[in-house]
Design a protein. Sequence first.
Length: 116
Amino acid sequence: MFSFSGGYVPVRDLDAAAKWYAQAFGCRYSEFTDDDGQRTLLLQFFEEDMGLMLGSATCPPNDLPPIIYADKAEKANEYLSRRGVFTGPVQKDAQGTKFFEIRDCDGNLLEVSEEP
C-alpha cells in the first residue's frame, strides 16, 4: 500500500518515532550509526526499497516534506485515520495527483501522495 520516496526526518525520540511509524505504516526499521556517530533509523517496507531515515532532531528538516507514496490516496487516508493518525483532506495538485498531509508524533509534516 505504501512506499517511501527517501528523505530524512528529524525526531526527538528515535524509539518513540520508530514505534509510531511502524504502527501507522506497518514498516520495519534497521538501526545504524551515521558519519557523525549519531544513531539513525532506516524505515523500509522491503529490503530493496527506498527508505525514510529518522535521526537526531538537531539536524534541520528538509525544505519540502518527505513524500510517502500510496496506491490510492482515499484508501490510504482511511487506513491511517483508523490507526489514529490525524490526516488532512485528500486534495489534487496542478497535475491532478491526489495527496494529503499528516504529521508524525514529533509534528513533522509528511505528504502522502499517489504515484504520478
